[in-house]
Structure formats: C-alpha cells, structure tokens
Design a protein around this ligand. Structure first.
Ligand code: MV4
Length: 447
C-alpha cells in the first residue's frame, strides 16, 4: 500500500480524499494556491506545498508545480480529485512517467471517453444502448443535412470534444440546422480548440441517470446502482438522489448488468460513471466520466462502500474484493449541493464565514471544508458543502433533509440553502416527477 498520497485538489473533495487516506494509514500531502493557505485541507494534511498564485491555471492546473511537490515530499501516488486535472490523460501520463501512481483509470481509457464520438462508438460496440445519430463527426453542411434527414428532426448538434453542454445546439428543421451548425462549431472551437461536431436525435424530456462502477483493470467490475442527477441549472447539478425515483428494480438490474459487462470487456480500472438519458423507459448513453464525481456520497450512503478507499486500493494494485452479489443497495440518499451564491440570482457570494454550525444526527453527512472564520475565496467553484442524508425510504430521507437544512447555519455569506428548502417542498419533486428541464422551469429561467 502507498505510504504517502499527494492530493491535487482543494476544498471538500481534498478533505474527502484525506479522510480515506487517514483511515487507511496513508500520510497526505496537500497542495494549495496562495489564496488557500488557510484552507482546511491544508490544515489537516500531514504536509503541504504552495504550488502557485490564486488563478487555477497557475496552481491547481500547474502540472510542473504539482509534479515538483510530489517529488520533494516523496509521495507515492497522486489523487486528482474532481475537476481540475482529473480527466486530463496527459497529466496521468506525466504522473506515471515521473514514477508516481495516478489514482484513476488508464490514460488510454481517459482518452477514449474524452472524445465523445470515440466514447459513443466504443460503448455501442460493447453493447451499451446509444442515441441514434450520425456515424461519427459530420464533415460539412451537406452531410449534416443528409444525416438529419435520416434521423428525423429534432436533432442535436454536439461537439466531439464536448461535455458540459458547450458546443451543443438543437435544430427542429433544416433551416434551424443550417444556422445551428456554424454556431455549434464556433462554440466548440472557442471552448475546446476543436470544431468537430456530430448529430444525435434530440430527446426532449429525458432524465439524467448515471451508473457508478468500480473496476480493477483485471476484469473484475461491479456496479453500485444509479444516481438521478436530473435537477440541474445551466449544466450545474443542484440536487442528486439515489436510487432514481423513475426506475423499477428490473430496469435497474438490467442497465446495471449491461454496464458491468461493457466495463469488463473494456478492462476498466478505478471508479467511473456511465451517464445515460432515460426517456420513455429507454436508456441512451451520453458520456462516461473517468473519475470520482461530486455526487459520489449518495452511492456510498446506500451501498455502504467507500469509493475513495476502493480507488486507492485498486491504484495500489489490489484486486477488487467486492463481488456483485455482495453489494446490497438499501435505503434512499439525497445530496444538496450548497454553493456560496445568492439563492435567487445565483450570483457568487464569496467572503468571510462569520458563523458555522453543521447539522448532524443519524444518517446525516456533511462534506465541507468550511469553518467559522474562513474566507471563501472568489477564484474557484462556488461549491462549499454537500449535505447528504439517508433514510430507509425516500420519504424518510426527505423528512430528514428538511430537518437538516433547518439546522444548517452558514453566516456571513449567501448560500443556496434556502433554494433547497423551497425545492424540496415542491409537489413535483416530492412525487419524483421531474426531468432535466424541470428545475429551470421552476426557477422561471428557461433558456
Ligand atoms: C442530449 C440531450 C438531449 N438529446 N442528447 C448535455 C451535456 C451532455 N452531457 C449531453 N447533454 C444532453 N444531451 C440528446 N440526444 C440533452 C442534454 C442535456 C442534458 C443532459 C444531462 C443533464 C442535463 C442536461 C441539460 C441540457 C441538455
């Protein structure tokens, strides 16, 4: 097992990884920008190294600085966390070239899933259901129009390098498509430096359901059920729950089997998430995330499996000790993402936390690096806490969540706690009747 792990991240996720390491007897190295010298992840780690100025491009994304930090502290392995360098295959290669272990999948699998067309073709070949679409990128307007005529409108233009909804444009007619194509290409070029696009049939009211997997790269793979992440605003998830209120146990078992089989064929290593759109009883693959996800705690709550611990064991060369038949999903978990934002306008609200009291009690988990007297810096993602609850039933989880939100005190800055309190009182939410567009409608936004 590793003796020392460098955590190439910040905030609640750095703390989450530190906790797993500590429980495994592994020492930790925190890296931080000058803006994060007082951060909780730095305080708790055994060692810390300042890797640059506040701007993430010069610190948390600064590969030479991170490799240097691992070298001078004599770390064995690097955990990239979520965001930042976590899906950067070149970083994974560089980590290994310098003699450290990258705690994540193989760079090859990261590259396959990073290119959305290659990911889709690969998954289709492995038996995963995909959305009807163009076979690969569309070269020009003529071939796009032809592909769309074959598919039938509406269609969605997507960026090959995509993710996060950038470079994505719907088209309801040929005229729409002629306009959407150059717009999508320009957006993709600006966001990813790659203007390649492909087409898919547009699903108009899907849910976003994702399957958590763990593989050891030696052909052992398990799935840990699904998460429903449909409640989002501008591609930012707000609240997630597991299991999905939309699936029955047959559907759950069937998609789990399909995903597990595909990941075994691929020889997938580490934690990963296979994302689907679910509409009219059918699953369609959209993307695979080759990393730990922000919402991983809801899966941990209902499976009683520590995903970060498993990632670390697997990276250290251990075989997956879990068998599918040993995995028991029980109860219902909900995560509220608490952001330092105005709950009405979503304007960022960094600044001094004057009071802090986190909720507790049975089956309440708070993943946060906040403390009273901490100043939330303005430079990074606004996620400051994840409030996760579990109940034996969805209703029990909802009652517990309402109580925990009431208890939570974060003074001095605006947070999205009031938004969550409003959201979980809505009949559609209480009934589990929502799709990926529901929240934006509720907020009166509409794109
Ligand atoms: C789609 C879709 C509808 N039809 N594909 C958004 C980003 C990327 N992850 C895929 N996305 C979508 N792909 C087809 N064929 C709708 C979305 C989508 C979406 C998906 C998941 C979660 C939130 C979303 C919000 C808007 C659009």
């Amino acid at each position: 097992m590793f003796e020392k792990v460098l955590i190439a991240n910040r905030g609640e996720i750095a703390l989450r990884i530190h906790r797993a390491c500590r429980e495994m007897g592994i020492r930790t190295v925190a890296v931080h920008s000058t803006a994060d010298a007082d951060a909780m992840h730095v305080r708790l780690a055994d060692e810390c190294v300042c890797i640059g100025p506040p701007a993430a491009a010069k610190s948390y994304l600064n590969i030479p600085a991170i490799i240097s930090a691992a070298t001078i502290t004599n770390a064995d392995a690097i955990h990239p966390g979520v965001g930042f360098l976590s899906e950067n295959a070149d970083f994974a290669d560089i980590v290994e070239e310098h003699g450290f272990v990258f705690i994540g999948p193989s760079p090859e699998h990261m590259r396959i899933m990073g290119d959305k067309v290659t990911a889709k073709m690969t998954m289709k070949r492995l038996g995963i259901p995909t959305v009807a679409g163009s076979e690969g990128p569309v070269a020009d307007e003529t071939s796009a129009l032809k592909a769309a005529r074959d598919l039938g409108y509406p269609v969605l233009v997507k960026a090959t390098a995509g993710g996060g909804g950038r470079g994505m444009k719907p088209a309801y007619s040929e005229e729409d498509l002629r306009q959407a194509l150059p717009l999508a290409k320009a957006e993709a070029k600006a966001a990813f430096g790659n203007d390649s696009v492909y087409l898919e049939r547009l699903l108009t009211r899907p849910r976003h359901i994702e399957i958590q997997v763990l593989g050891d790269g030696k052909g052992n793979v398990v799935h840990l059920g699904e998460r429903d992440c449909s409640l989002q605003r501008r591609h930012q998830k707000i609240l997630e729950e597991a299991p999905s209120p939309a699936l029955n146990s047959e559907e759950r078992a069937a998609i789990g089997r399909i995903v597990t089989y595909a990941m075994k064929q691929l020889g997938y290593k580490s934690a990963g998430t296979v994302e689907f759109l679910y509409q009219d009883g059918a699953f369609s693959f959209i993307e695979m995330n080759t990393r730990l996800q922000v919402e991983h705690p809801i899966t941990e709550m209902i499976s009683d499996i520590d995903l970060v611990r498993e990632q670390i064991r697997i990276a250290a060369g251990a075989e997956l000790a879990l068998r599918q038949e040993d995995i028991v999903i029980s109860g219902h978990a909900i995560e509220c993402r608490i952001n330092a934002e105005d709950p009405e306008t979503f304007a960022p609200s960094p600044g001094l936390v004057t009071d802090y009291h986190a909720p507790g009690g049975l089956d309440v988990r708070v993943d946060s690096a906040l403390y009273s007297g901490y100043t939330v810096p303005p430079y990074y993602d606004s996620l400051i806490a994840k409030l996760v609850v579990k109940g034996r039933t969805r209703n029990e989880a909802l009652m517990r969540l309402r109580r925990a939100l009431e208890e939570y005190v974060i003074g001095g800055i605006k947070t999205t706690i009031p938004l969550h309190a409003r959201l979980i009182a809505e009949p559609d939410f209480l009934n589990g009747e929502y799709d990926i567009h529901w929240l934006e409608g509720f907020l009166g936004l509409r794109k």
